[in-house]
Design a binder for this molecule. Structure first.
Ligand code: SAM
Length: 238
């Protein structure tokens, strides 16, 4: 399969929504094209792609893993290191990772092969497309690690921590569910502290010390090399 065909499998239709990030990066290695071709379809949560579900009918998340295990969500998993780490640490949980950047998806698929974890599903798209079809209160924990910073003031409304993103997230999270946010941008912390409570979350902690089960991500390593501080915020859904 060519790179183009592999990407078509991702159901990409960029005009559907304003997504300002990147869908493609540098040319994929042939091994990565193989992962996309051989593994992605099997790992997608059933009934969530536009091909499988063009009318965007609500899905039953129990179908994702074939049982009623707790479901966690990682939004923007980048290279997938945190996602695979959490899946390996929590084998009784099912984790859905969302990432529209095809190079990141390919990196994750390579890591899944190496780690041999089975409790992951991959939504290679914007998480908002998943919010549209998930029922209320089905997610028990959400990770938002180093969301795109959008540093210019006129772009702050593109940040994930805006009501357009947070309200649908709050709807799908269970009462009492944990939301973790890591960022290296002071102004992102400011906006997070303002916006996340408005969407129905209580702040539990805001610290420079990572969670006990944290694994540093690619983006965090870059931030550390470039001398930026780390902020770890924990919220609880009301
Ligand atoms: C700065 S990167 C951080 C990646 C990774 N979490 C890390 O810490 O290395 C932010 C990622 O979020 C993804 N992203 C942005 N908006 C998204 C959305 N609406 N749904 C899913 N992923 C999104 C981007 O494609 C990008 O890969």
């Amino acid at each position: 399969m060519t790179n183009d065909n592999a990407e078509n499998q991702r159901d990409t239709a960029p005009d559907r929504r304003n997504f300002y990030g990147r869908h493609h990066g540098k040319t994929l290695r042939s091994s990565q094209k193989t992962y996309l071709q051989e593994d992605l379809e099997r790992l997608r949560p059933p009934g969530t792609s536009r091909t499988d579900n063009p009318d965007r009918t609500p899905v039953n998340p129990a179908q994702f893993f074939g049982d009623a295990r707790p479901l966690w969500l990682e939004i923007g998993f980048g290279g997938g290191e945190h996602l695979v780490h959490m899946a390996a640490l929590n084998p009784n949980v099912g984790i859905i990772g969302c990432e529209p950047f095809v190079n990141g998806v390919a990196m994750l698929l390579g890591k899944i092969r190496q780690a041999d974890v089975t409790n992951l599903r991959v939504h290679p798209e914007d998480v908002r497309d998943l919010f549209d079809i998930l029922p209320d209160a089905c997610i028990a924990k959400t990770f938002l690690n180093y969301p795109d910073p959008w540093p210019k003031a006129r772009h702050h409304r593109r940040r994930f921590v805006t009501q357009n993103h947070l309200k649908p997230l709050a709807r799908v999270m269970q009462p009492g569910a944990e939301l973790r946010i890591a960022t290296d941008i002071d102004d992102y912390v400011r906006q997070t502290l303002e916006e996340v409570p408005q969407a129905g979350f209580n702040l539990l902690s805001n610290t420079a010390t990572p969670w006990a089960d944290w694994i540093s991500t690619r983006y965090e390593q870059k931030a550390i090399r470039e001398g930026r501080p780390q902020h770890y915020l924990t919220y609880r859904r009301k």
